[in-house]
Design a protein around this ligand. Structure first.
Ligand code: ARG
Length: 403
Protein backbone atom coordinates (compact mmCIF):
# COMPACT_ATOMS: atom_id res chain seq x y z
CA UNK A 1 0.00 0.00 0.00
CA UNK A 2 1.44 3.35 -1.04
CA UNK A 3 0.74 6.12 1.44
CA UNK A 4 1.03 9.83 0.78
CA UNK A 5 3.22 11.86 3.12
CA UNK A 6 0.08 13.36 4.57
CA UNK A 7 -1.29 9.90 5.34
CA UNK A 8 2.03 8.93 6.89
CA UNK A 9 1.97 12.00 9.09
CA UNK A 10 -1.53 11.04 10.23
CA UNK A 11 -0.31 7.55 11.04
CA UNK A 12 2.57 8.92 13.05
CA UNK A 13 0.09 11.11 14.95
CA UNK A 14 -2.06 8.09 15.78
CA UNK A 15 0.24 6.46 18.32
CA UNK A 16 -1.84 3.31 18.66
CA UNK A 17 -1.14 2.07 15.17
CA UNK A 18 2.62 2.58 15.43
CA UNK A 19 5.10 -0.23 16.06
CA UNK A 20 7.23 0.11 19.21
CA UNK A 21 10.36 1.24 17.41
CA UNK A 22 8.56 4.11 15.70
CA UNK A 23 6.94 5.16 18.97
CA UNK A 24 10.35 5.29 20.61
CA UNK A 25 11.77 7.15 17.63
CA UNK A 26 8.97 9.70 17.76
CA UNK A 27 9.46 10.27 21.50
CA UNK A 28 13.17 10.82 21.14
CA UNK A 29 12.96 12.96 18.01
CA UNK A 30 10.44 15.20 19.74
CA UNK A 31 12.79 15.62 22.71
CA UNK A 32 15.73 16.24 20.37
CA UNK A 33 13.92 18.89 18.29
CA UNK A 34 12.52 20.58 21.38
CA UNK A 35 15.69 20.74 23.43
CA UNK A 36 17.75 21.79 20.41
CA UNK A 37 15.11 24.40 19.44
CA UNK A 38 14.72 22.98 15.92
CA UNK A 39 11.61 23.81 13.83
CA UNK A 40 8.53 21.62 14.17
CA UNK A 41 8.18 21.33 10.37
CA UNK A 42 11.59 19.69 10.14
CA UNK A 43 10.61 17.23 12.84
CA UNK A 44 7.59 16.17 10.79
CA UNK A 45 9.75 15.70 7.70
CA UNK A 46 12.29 13.68 9.63
CA UNK A 47 9.59 11.43 11.08
CA UNK A 48 8.26 10.69 7.60
CA UNK A 49 11.79 9.81 6.50
CA UNK A 50 12.18 7.46 9.48
CA UNK A 51 8.84 5.89 8.64
CA UNK A 52 10.05 5.10 5.12
CA UNK A 53 13.35 3.70 6.45
CA UNK A 54 11.40 1.51 8.83
CA UNK A 55 9.11 0.18 6.11
CA UNK A 56 12.14 -0.81 4.09
CA UNK A 57 14.45 -2.20 6.77
CA UNK A 58 12.57 -2.60 10.09
CA UNK A 59 15.00 -0.05 11.52
CA UNK A 60 16.37 3.41 10.73
CA UNK A 61 19.74 5.13 10.69
CA UNK A 62 20.20 8.04 13.10
CA UNK A 63 21.88 11.23 12.00
CA UNK A 64 25.15 12.07 13.68
CA UNK A 65 23.47 14.95 15.57
CA UNK A 66 20.70 12.67 16.81
CA UNK A 67 23.29 10.15 17.95
CA UNK A 68 25.50 12.68 19.72
CA UNK A 69 22.66 14.36 21.60
CA UNK A 70 21.07 11.01 22.41
CA UNK A 71 24.27 9.78 24.05
CA UNK A 72 24.45 12.92 26.17
CA UNK A 73 20.85 12.59 27.29
CA UNK A 74 21.42 8.90 28.07
CA UNK A 75 24.11 10.04 30.49
CA UNK A 76 21.78 12.71 31.91
CA UNK A 77 19.21 9.98 32.55
CA UNK A 78 21.63 7.50 34.19
CA UNK A 79 20.05 6.92 37.58
CA UNK A 80 23.21 5.63 39.25
CA UNK A 81 25.61 8.37 38.20
CA UNK A 82 26.61 11.13 40.63
CA UNK A 83 28.70 12.97 37.99
CA UNK A 84 25.93 13.96 35.62
CA UNK A 85 26.46 17.72 35.89
CA UNK A 86 28.95 17.27 33.05
CA UNK A 87 26.49 15.50 30.72
CA UNK A 88 26.67 18.11 27.95
CA UNK A 89 30.45 17.90 27.70
CA UNK A 90 30.49 14.20 26.73
CA UNK A 91 32.75 13.54 23.74
CA UNK A 92 30.89 11.28 21.35
CA UNK A 93 32.78 9.18 18.78
CA UNK A 94 30.57 7.99 15.94
CA UNK A 95 32.18 4.68 14.93
CA UNK A 96 29.11 3.01 13.42
CA UNK A 97 30.91 2.32 10.15
CA UNK A 98 33.47 -0.13 11.60
CA UNK A 99 32.80 -3.73 10.61
CA UNK A 100 35.51 -5.98 12.07
CA UNK A 101 36.68 -6.84 15.59
CA UNK A 102 40.18 -5.69 14.62
CA UNK A 103 38.96 -2.23 13.64
CA UNK A 104 36.85 -1.99 16.78
CA UNK A 105 39.80 -2.98 18.93
CA UNK A 106 42.01 -0.32 17.33
CA UNK A 107 39.28 2.26 17.90
CA UNK A 108 39.03 1.22 21.55
CA UNK A 109 42.78 1.66 22.06
CA UNK A 110 42.33 5.09 20.54
CA UNK A 111 39.42 5.79 22.87
CA UNK A 112 41.49 4.82 25.92
CA UNK A 113 44.34 7.10 24.87
CA UNK A 114 42.21 10.11 23.91
CA UNK A 115 40.04 9.81 27.01
CA UNK A 116 43.03 9.33 29.35
CA UNK A 117 44.64 12.37 27.76
CA UNK A 118 47.81 12.14 29.82
CA UNK A 119 45.79 12.14 33.07
CA UNK A 120 43.48 15.04 32.24
CA UNK A 121 40.54 12.67 31.75
CA UNK A 122 37.84 13.48 29.19
CA UNK A 123 34.42 11.84 29.40
CA UNK A 124 34.06 9.95 26.15
CA UNK A 125 31.79 7.39 24.49
CA UNK A 126 32.57 5.33 21.40
CA UNK A 127 29.47 4.15 19.59
CA UNK A 128 29.79 1.17 17.27
CA UNK A 129 27.24 -0.20 14.79
CA UNK A 130 23.66 -0.48 16.07
CA UNK A 131 22.07 -3.87 16.73
CA UNK A 132 20.16 -5.35 13.81
CA UNK A 133 16.59 -6.15 14.96
CA UNK A 134 16.27 -9.79 15.96
CA UNK A 135 20.02 -10.43 15.97
CA UNK A 136 22.61 -10.25 18.74
CA UNK A 137 24.64 -7.04 18.70
CA UNK A 138 28.39 -6.51 18.85
CA UNK A 139 29.62 -7.40 22.34
CA UNK A 140 32.63 -6.62 24.45
CA UNK A 141 32.77 -9.43 27.00
CA UNK A 142 34.74 -7.41 29.55
CA UNK A 143 32.64 -5.34 31.97
CA UNK A 144 35.14 -2.50 31.59
CA UNK A 145 37.83 -1.77 29.01
CA UNK A 146 40.46 -1.91 31.76
CA UNK A 147 40.07 -4.54 34.52
CA UNK A 148 42.53 -6.59 36.55
CA UNK A 149 42.58 -10.38 36.37
CA UNK A 150 41.65 -12.49 39.38
CA UNK A 151 43.44 -15.83 39.81
CA UNK A 152 42.14 -18.61 42.00
CA UNK A 153 45.05 -20.23 43.86
CA UNK A 154 45.27 -23.96 44.72
CA UNK A 155 44.91 -23.07 48.43
CA UNK A 156 41.61 -21.29 47.80
CA UNK A 157 42.92 -17.72 48.07
CA UNK A 158 42.70 -15.27 45.17
CA UNK A 159 45.42 -13.14 43.61
CA UNK A 160 44.09 -10.01 41.87
CA UNK A 161 40.48 -8.86 41.55
CA UNK A 162 38.06 -11.58 42.68
CA UNK A 163 35.29 -9.92 40.66
CA UNK A 164 37.10 -10.89 37.43
CA UNK A 165 37.78 -14.54 38.27
CA UNK A 166 35.32 -16.01 35.81
CA UNK A 167 36.41 -13.78 32.94
CA UNK A 168 40.06 -14.48 33.79
CA UNK A 169 39.45 -18.23 33.61
CA UNK A 170 37.76 -17.83 30.23
CA UNK A 171 40.71 -15.84 28.92
CA UNK A 172 43.09 -18.53 30.19
CA UNK A 173 40.96 -21.28 28.75
CA UNK A 174 41.37 -19.68 25.37
CA UNK A 175 45.10 -19.34 25.53
CA UNK A 176 45.85 -16.10 27.38
CA UNK A 177 48.50 -16.25 30.06
CA UNK A 178 48.66 -13.56 32.70
CA UNK A 179 51.77 -12.86 34.72
CA UNK A 180 49.97 -13.76 37.91
CA UNK A 181 50.35 -10.45 39.74
CA UNK A 182 47.69 -8.59 41.73
CA UNK A 183 47.25 -6.16 38.84
CA UNK A 184 47.39 -7.86 35.43
CA UNK A 185 45.30 -6.00 32.85
CA UNK A 186 42.95 -8.47 31.17
CA UNK A 187 42.84 -8.80 27.38
CA UNK A 188 39.71 -7.55 25.64
CA UNK A 189 37.27 -10.05 24.23
CA UNK A 190 35.27 -8.69 21.31
CA UNK A 191 32.52 -10.64 19.60
CA UNK A 192 30.96 -9.65 16.31
CA UNK A 193 27.36 -10.82 15.73
CA UNK A 194 27.26 -14.52 14.88
CA UNK A 195 31.05 -14.85 15.04
CA UNK A 196 33.52 -16.33 17.50
CA UNK A 197 34.79 -14.00 20.20
CA UNK A 198 38.30 -12.66 19.60
CA UNK A 199 40.99 -11.83 22.16
CA UNK A 200 43.15 -8.71 22.00
CA UNK A 201 45.81 -7.53 24.44
CA UNK A 202 45.83 -3.84 25.24
CA UNK A 203 49.18 -2.17 24.58
CA UNK A 204 50.58 -1.47 28.07
CA UNK A 205 51.52 2.08 27.11
CA UNK A 206 47.84 2.86 26.51
CA UNK A 207 46.86 1.93 30.07
CA UNK A 208 47.72 4.65 32.57
CA UNK A 209 48.03 3.47 36.17
CA UNK A 210 48.56 5.24 39.48
CA UNK A 211 50.76 3.75 42.21
CA UNK A 212 49.33 4.23 45.68
CA UNK A 213 51.14 6.34 48.24
CA UNK A 214 49.81 8.00 51.38
CA UNK A 215 50.27 11.64 52.46
CA UNK A 216 51.35 10.62 56.01
CA UNK A 217 52.16 6.89 56.06
CA UNK A 218 55.44 6.02 54.37
CA UNK A 219 54.73 2.31 54.73
CA UNK A 220 51.68 2.60 52.48
CA UNK A 221 53.76 2.43 49.29
CA UNK A 222 55.14 -0.93 50.46
CA UNK A 223 51.69 -2.46 50.00
CA UNK A 224 52.42 -2.27 46.27
CA UNK A 225 48.94 -1.09 45.34
CA UNK A 226 47.96 0.69 42.17
CA UNK A 227 44.85 1.34 40.10
CA UNK A 228 44.11 2.28 36.50
CA UNK A 229 43.29 5.91 35.76
CA UNK A 230 40.33 5.28 33.46
CA UNK A 231 36.95 3.80 34.47
CA UNK A 232 35.41 2.74 31.12
CA UNK A 233 32.20 0.73 31.29
CA UNK A 234 31.66 -1.69 28.41
CA UNK A 235 28.75 -3.96 29.41
CA UNK A 236 25.85 -1.54 29.12
CA UNK A 237 23.93 -0.97 25.93
CA UNK A 238 22.96 2.50 24.82
CA UNK A 239 19.38 3.00 23.66
CA UNK A 240 18.34 6.08 21.70
CA UNK A 241 15.01 6.46 19.95
CA UNK A 242 14.40 2.71 19.96
CA UNK A 243 17.81 1.94 18.42
CA UNK A 244 20.06 -0.24 20.54
CA UNK A 245 23.85 0.05 20.60
CA UNK A 246 25.15 -2.95 22.53
CA UNK A 247 28.74 -1.91 21.93
CA UNK A 248 29.11 1.64 23.19
CA UNK A 249 31.84 1.81 25.85
CA UNK A 250 31.93 5.05 27.84
CA UNK A 251 34.12 6.59 30.48
CA UNK A 252 34.16 9.38 33.01
CA UNK A 253 36.79 9.89 35.69
CA UNK A 254 36.95 8.19 39.05
CA UNK A 255 35.43 9.30 42.30
CA UNK A 256 37.94 8.22 44.99
CA UNK A 257 35.47 6.08 46.93
CA UNK A 258 34.98 3.76 43.93
CA UNK A 259 38.57 2.65 44.37
CA UNK A 260 39.37 3.46 48.01
CA UNK A 261 36.13 2.14 49.49
CA UNK A 262 34.75 -0.43 47.04
CA UNK A 263 37.54 -1.85 44.86
CA UNK A 264 40.13 -1.93 47.66
CA UNK A 265 37.84 -2.22 50.68
CA UNK A 266 35.05 -4.65 49.77
CA UNK A 267 35.50 -8.08 51.35
CA UNK A 268 34.70 -9.63 47.97
CA UNK A 269 37.20 -7.43 46.11
CA UNK A 270 40.77 -6.68 47.26
CA UNK A 271 39.66 -6.84 50.93
CA UNK A 272 42.44 -4.54 52.15
CA UNK A 273 40.89 -3.10 55.31
CA UNK A 274 42.45 -5.66 57.71
CA UNK A 275 45.91 -5.21 56.12
CA UNK A 276 45.76 -1.42 56.31
CA UNK A 277 44.31 -1.42 59.85
CA UNK A 278 47.06 -3.72 61.11
CA UNK A 279 49.76 -1.54 59.54
CA UNK A 280 48.08 1.40 61.30
CA UNK A 281 48.44 -0.49 64.59
CA UNK A 282 44.70 -0.75 65.21
CA UNK A 283 43.05 -3.51 67.20
CA UNK A 284 41.23 -5.46 64.52
CA UNK A 285 39.76 -7.84 67.09
CA UNK A 286 37.48 -5.21 68.55
CA UNK A 287 34.69 -3.76 66.44
CA UNK A 288 34.57 -0.91 68.95
CA UNK A 289 37.91 0.38 67.74
CA UNK A 290 36.20 1.27 64.44
CA UNK A 291 39.26 -0.11 62.67
CA UNK A 292 37.34 -0.67 59.44
CA UNK A 293 36.10 2.92 59.31
CA UNK A 294 39.55 4.31 60.08
CA UNK A 295 41.29 2.11 57.51
CA UNK A 296 38.66 3.08 54.94
CA UNK A 297 39.39 6.78 55.43
CA UNK A 298 43.14 6.26 55.04
CA UNK A 299 42.65 4.17 51.90
CA UNK A 300 40.55 6.97 50.45
CA UNK A 301 43.13 9.58 51.43
CA UNK A 302 45.79 7.48 49.69
CA UNK A 303 43.73 7.26 46.48
CA UNK A 304 43.11 11.03 46.41
CA UNK A 305 46.71 11.81 47.26
CA UNK A 306 48.12 9.43 44.64
CA UNK A 307 45.86 10.53 41.79
CA UNK A 308 46.36 14.23 42.43
CA UNK A 309 50.13 13.80 42.83
CA UNK A 310 50.25 11.99 39.48
CA UNK A 311 48.10 14.65 37.83
CA UNK A 312 45.22 12.27 37.11
CA UNK A 313 41.66 13.61 37.33
CA UNK A 314 39.74 12.38 40.37
CA UNK A 315 36.77 13.64 42.41
CA UNK A 316 36.41 13.30 46.16
CA UNK A 317 32.96 12.26 47.34
CA UNK A 318 32.12 15.61 48.98
CA UNK A 319 32.78 17.56 45.79
CA UNK A 320 30.91 14.97 43.70
CA UNK A 321 27.93 15.20 46.03
CA UNK A 322 27.91 19.01 45.88
CA UNK A 323 28.13 18.90 42.07
CA UNK A 324 25.24 16.46 41.92
CA UNK A 325 23.06 18.79 44.00
CA UNK A 326 24.01 21.72 41.77
CA UNK A 327 23.00 19.61 38.77
CA UNK A 328 19.73 18.78 40.56
CA UNK A 329 18.86 22.47 40.88
CA UNK A 330 19.99 23.34 37.35
CA UNK A 331 17.77 20.61 35.99
CA UNK A 332 14.82 21.85 38.03
CA UNK A 333 15.33 25.25 36.44
CA UNK A 334 15.27 23.63 33.01
CA UNK A 335 11.93 22.05 33.98
CA UNK A 336 13.29 18.54 34.44
CA UNK A 337 13.57 16.17 37.37
CA UNK A 338 16.72 14.16 38.02
CA UNK A 339 15.87 10.46 38.11
CA UNK A 340 18.20 8.87 40.64
CA UNK A 341 18.87 5.63 42.49
CA UNK A 342 19.56 6.82 46.05
CA UNK A 343 21.44 3.68 47.03
CA UNK A 344 23.88 4.16 44.14
CA UNK A 345 24.18 7.95 44.30
CA UNK A 346 25.03 8.21 48.00
CA UNK A 347 28.78 7.50 48.33
CA UNK A 348 29.78 4.41 50.31
CA UNK A 349 31.46 6.28 53.16
CA UNK A 350 30.61 9.22 55.40
CA UNK A 351 27.15 9.27 53.84
CA UNK A 352 25.38 11.64 56.24
CA UNK A 353 28.02 14.35 55.80
CA UNK A 354 26.80 14.89 52.25
CA UNK A 355 23.68 16.63 50.99
CA UNK A 356 22.73 13.75 48.69
CA UNK A 357 22.11 11.57 51.76
CA UNK A 358 19.34 13.93 52.90
CA UNK A 359 17.75 14.25 49.47
CA UNK A 360 14.76 12.13 48.53
CA UNK A 361 15.12 10.74 45.01
CA UNK A 362 12.87 9.16 42.39
CA UNK A 363 14.31 6.17 40.59
CA UNK A 364 12.50 6.30 37.26
CA UNK A 365 13.92 5.20 33.93
CA UNK A 366 13.76 7.85 31.21
CA UNK A 367 15.07 7.27 27.71
CA UNK A 368 17.54 7.59 26.05
CA UNK A 369 19.45 5.56 28.64
CA UNK A 370 21.99 2.82 29.28
CA UNK A 371 20.86 -0.72 30.15
CA UNK A 372 23.04 -3.40 31.70
CA UNK A 373 23.61 -6.33 29.35
CA UNK A 374 23.51 -9.96 30.47
CA UNK A 375 26.84 -11.75 31.02
CA UNK A 376 27.76 -12.86 27.49
CA UNK A 377 29.36 -16.20 28.35
CA UNK A 378 26.40 -17.79 30.16
CA UNK A 379 25.31 -20.57 27.89
CA UNK A 380 28.53 -20.27 25.94
CA UNK A 381 29.95 -23.70 25.27
CA UNK A 382 33.59 -23.77 26.38
CA UNK A 383 34.42 -26.34 23.74
CA UNK A 384 33.63 -23.85 21.02
CA UNK A 385 36.93 -22.46 19.94
CA UNK A 386 38.00 -18.91 20.49
CA UNK A 387 40.28 -16.94 18.32
CA UNK A 388 43.09 -14.70 19.41
CA UNK A 389 43.29 -12.07 16.74
CA UNK A 390 42.68 -14.62 14.06
CA UNK A 391 44.46 -17.62 15.60
CA UNK A 392 44.54 -19.42 18.91
CA UNK A 393 48.25 -18.97 19.41
CA UNK A 394 49.26 -16.99 22.47
CA UNK A 395 52.76 -16.28 21.16
CA UNK A 396 51.21 -14.40 18.27
CA UNK A 397 49.64 -12.00 20.74
CA UNK A 398 53.08 -10.57 21.33
CA UNK A 399 53.39 -9.82 17.62
CA UNK A 400 50.31 -7.65 17.55
CA UNK A 401 51.28 -4.28 16.07
CA UNK A 402 51.13 -2.62 19.47
CA UNK A 403 53.88 -4.72 21.06
N1 ARG B 1 32.86 1.69 39.97
C1 ARG B 1 33.58 1.27 38.80
C2 ARG B 1 35.03 0.98 39.13
O1 ARG B 1 35.42 1.12 40.24
C3 ARG B 1 33.51 2.30 37.69
C4 ARG B 1 32.12 2.73 37.26
C5 ARG B 1 32.11 4.03 36.49
N2 ARG B 1 32.70 5.09 37.25
C6 ARG B 1 32.91 6.33 36.84
N3 ARG B 1 33.49 7.18 37.65
N4 ARG B 1 32.55 6.73 35.64
O2 ARG B 1 35.82 0.64 38.30
Amino acid sequence: MKLSNKQIRERIEDAQSLPMLLLEAKDYLRLFYQEQSLPEAQLQERLVEIYHDYRRSRTYWQTEDELIYGAKVAWRNSMRCIGRIFWESLRVRDLRHLTSAEEIFAAIVDHIQQATNGGNIRSTISIFAPDVPGQPGIRIWNPQLIRYAGYRQPNGTIVGDPAQMELTELCQHFGWQGRGTQFDVLPLIIQMPGQKPQLFELPPEAVMEVSMTHPDYDWFAELGLKWHALPAVSDWRLEIGGISYSCAPFNGWYMSAEIGARNFGDVKRYNLLPTVAERMGLNIRSKLSLWQDRALIELNRAVLHSFTTCGVTIADHHTASAQFMRHWHQEAEAGRMVPADWGRIVPPLSASTMEVFHQEMQNVCLKPNFFQLPVPWKGWNRKQSFSIGSTLNNSQLKQCPFH
